[in-house]
Write a protein that binds this ligand. Structure first.
Ligand SMILES: NC(=O)c1ccc[n+]([C@@H]2O[C@H](COP(=O)([O-])OP(=O)(O)OC[C@H]3O[C@@H](n4cnc5c(N)ncnc54)[C@H](O)[C@@H]3O)[C@@H](O)[C@H]2O)c1
Length: 379
């Protein structure tokens, strides 16, 4: 089968991850990439063996079927609209749009045009998350009744050349930047969210940039950077959530799920692999064998020396195969919009002093079957 041809708009930091992922796939091929900074796109095209073109030429290329929107959140809606109007399927980095209000019209446009919309994160398709889901589906912890998720650091300011964008200003903060990984990880296990509630605060309203060109400058923090909330899933499970950029150290794990017959700890949802653990009742924690599942093995050494499974792009590969085989794709627009409604719901709940019911319909995506890399998506 001919690989499905992909285009990428937005060739900043995260595009490297996807271009690396694309290079590992025989099912898709990145035919062209584009950016308003054409020089940046050209340099990237040279590194990854593709071609840089203008946004207009990319959208006019009849061979390109799916266009990835890896631009910044504030232009996600506008760029996705152009992609759909050019008659192409779109796959968007998270969040699907900068605000929940912008998402509905984009999904509607896709539906009207008979085109697909998909979006990040695709980490839940990774081996560790699918192996854990397989055990929950088989009843290994009984019926899930609760859980807890935690992402707490002092801040991410040091990681960005310009950290003010999606970190400390409107449209940013720990919930909008990191929450999608956790909520999507939980939906993969338990299905859609029914309602959320939270206390969201801004405990450190002025921050000093600690690295990069803006080092030493002070940022006014405009958004809450500490959220403590609770999520009730449609299946009834009650999950605590803490996301913060105000914590130096803590001893809580990423994601735990508590069932009537046992407990589960899951791995970092920003990555695909790792070793989840399970208990039967009150017994000892035991490692879950993830080896029968694709996209979990460590394949990348990170800057801090640890090894991780980095398979960003498999959501696009799944979408490409779903188009060919006329089946639903897993990292889909409905779920992205549902997740964004949840993420905005925490701050709304805190501001309005009430629980927020989540209205966007979302179905739990199909499990990824056991098998080797890529073969699992071809059916
Ligand atoms: N950097 C990360 O670690 C990371 C991780 C996960 C997800 N993301 C998400 O990926 C997206 C991109 O983040 P990034 O870190 O790569 O940002 P970035 O600023 O490095 O790259 C964004 C690129 O988009 C281009 N661009 C902006 N508007 C455009 C337009 N209208 N048309 C064409 N190109 C345009 C910019 O010139 C820039 O090269 C964001 O939605 C972010 O939330 C980033």
């Amino acid at each position: 089968m001919e690989p499905v041809k992909i285009g990428i708009i937005g060739t900043g930091n995260i595009s490297d991850w996807y271009l690396r992922g694309a290079a590992r796939s025989n099912l898709i091929k990145v035919k062209a990439i584009a950016d308003i900074r054409l020089d940046v796109a050209r340099a990237k095209a040279e590194t990854f063996g593709t071609q840089a073109v203008t946004v207009e030429d990319l959208l006019a290329d009849p061979e390109i079927e799916i266009v990835m929107n890896l631009t910044l959140p504030m232009v996600h809606a506008e760029v996705s609209r152009r992609i759909l109007e050019a008659g192409k399927h779109v796959y968007v980095e998270k969040p699907i749009t900068a605000t929940f209000a912008e998402a509905g019209p984009i999904l509607k446009l896709a539906r009207e045009k008979g085109l697909r919309i998909g979006g990040a994160p695709d980490t839940f398709l990774g081996g560790a998350h699918q192996a854990a889901r397989g055990l929950v589906d088989a009843g290994a912890i009984g019926r899930p009744v609760g859980g807890a998720v935690t992402f707490m650091t002092r801040s991410s300011a040091h990681r960005y050349a310009n950290p003010t964008f999606f970190i400390f200003k409107q449209g940013g903060g720990p919930m909008l930047d990191m929450g999608a990984y956790y909520i999507t990880q939980l939906i993969n296990i338990m299905g859609p969210v029914k309602r959320v509630t939270a206390v969201s605060t801004n405990g450190i309203p002025r921050r000093e940039v600690i690295e990069g060109p803006l080092k030493g400058s002070v940022i006014d923090v405009e958004v809450p950077t500490f959220h403590n909330g609770a999520i009730q899933f449609a299946n009834g499970a009650n999950v605590a959530i803490s996301l913060s950029w105000e914590v130096h150290r803590h001893r809580r794990s990423h994601t735990e799920i508590y069932g009537t017959e046992g407990s589960l700890t899951m791995t970092d949802p920003n990555f695909f692999g790792g070793t989840p653990q399970i208990t039967r009742g009150n017994g000892d924690w035991t490692d879950i064998d993830t080896s029968a599942y694709a996209f979990g093995k460590p394949n990348r050494v990170m800057d801090d020396g640890r090894s991780e499974g980095d398979y960003r792009m498999i959501g696009v590969v799944d979408m490409a195969m779903a188009i060919r085989n006329n089946r639903p794709h897993r990292a889909n627009g409905d779920m992205c919009m549902h997740v964004l409604e949840v993420l905005e719901g925490f701050e709304r709940s805190s501001n309005e002093g009430r629980h927020i019911e989540i209205a966007t319909p979302c179905e739990r995506p199909a499990a990824v079957p056991k098998g080797t890399d890529e073969e699992v998506f071809t059916v």
